[in-house]
Design a binder for this molecule. Sequence first.
Ligand SMILES: Cc1ncc(COP(=O)(O)O)c(C=O)c1O
Length: 413
Amino acid sequence: MPYSDNLTTERPTFVSHLECSATGEHYPADQIHNLSRAGKPLLVRYDLAGVQKALSKDALLSRAPDLWRYRELLPVRRVADIVSLGEAMTPLVALPKLAAKLGGGEILVKDEGRLPTGSFKARGLVMAVSMAKAFGIKHMAMPTNGNAGAALAAYASHCGIRTTIFCPEDTPEVNVSEIGLQGAAVYRVNGLIDDCGKIVADGKAKAGWFDVSTLKEPYRIEGKKTMGLELAEQLGWTVPDIIFYPTGGGTGLIGMWKAFAELEAIGFIGKKRPRMVAVQATGCAPMVRAYEEGVEHAKRWDDAQTIAAGIRVPQAIGDFLILRAVRESNGFAIAVSDAAITAALDEAAREEGFLMCPEGAATYAAYKQGLADGRVKKSERAVLFNCATGLKYPLPPITKTLDRHQPIDFAAL
Ligand SMILES: Cc1ncc(COP(=O)(O)O)c(C=O)c1O
């Protein structure tokens, strides 16, 4: 198959309308949207009966292994609007040594660090930027903890859209640098991501930019949804028993939940759903608190702190959607300490040679905690999301040196 078939072949598309995730109110497709009139995220709806007629599992087999193979379930109408940097399907990597050590469950890691800009943010942003291109949007802005900004900058620069990006002042250096290097105007702000989000919202009218904050436009979810599509296809059109998702704004968790519903509607999978586990850090766990209190919306988490920058999100606009998916799936929300995250990262790197990002390591720490407290069973096939390459984060220094001019004591090495 030609490497680019998904990027060059026109395929039928099936978006019928958009729908308010809170009220169900309908909005027309093919128009620029942010939030619904109720101030809630909009979800993209498809003519799924039409998709079912147009798409078969066999047809997928002959398509290139990238995110665009699912075009019939994606919003981009014309190939000319696809802005691609090579969104390869990400592998599922087994961690058999860790699984054996913990007593025999199956641990698979979906390694999202292989995507452009080194994180799963590429999935959401490639879709949002492609749709922005289709709509003729010229300037986009967002608040970011780092990875989303990097993906936005990359895709927008690739197709000539201007970007302005605001990060918390302590965002990892590599993220701020890559955002700037990839053509965005990037600012460090003395606040957290929601403070940055306020600047984006306040500047909309004056600066004229399009607000592409998490869930404030409808298409990032559609991109993130492909994690669920890929996962089901990679598991032979089945779903795992349990998914651990490092949850900040929650786009991926909400997107995968939507993906499974759409796959069932088109007859690709059955009724079984994975238990969805929202993983947060003890220093910023608004979803865990809301889950435990049994409420529908999560209060802002004050003084949010964690080494896992991507999940340091004090308040999420899609809180009720995250909590709904967690509860409907019979999953749970769980917080892990920074010490547990660091230990998990170290353990996976040393024992399996798998270098996770801190947010990914949080999912492994949560898996272990869940096994220990009985919320996870060894009989369950678990999928953890490593959502960015571990190479993006500061690594411990190596201090040992060797003087090649002196005799080497090989026995002591
Ligand atoms: C590496 C990493 N993991 C997890 C998240 C959280 O993703 P979501 O907003 O979909 O909950 C982020 C977001 O910045 C991230 O960069």
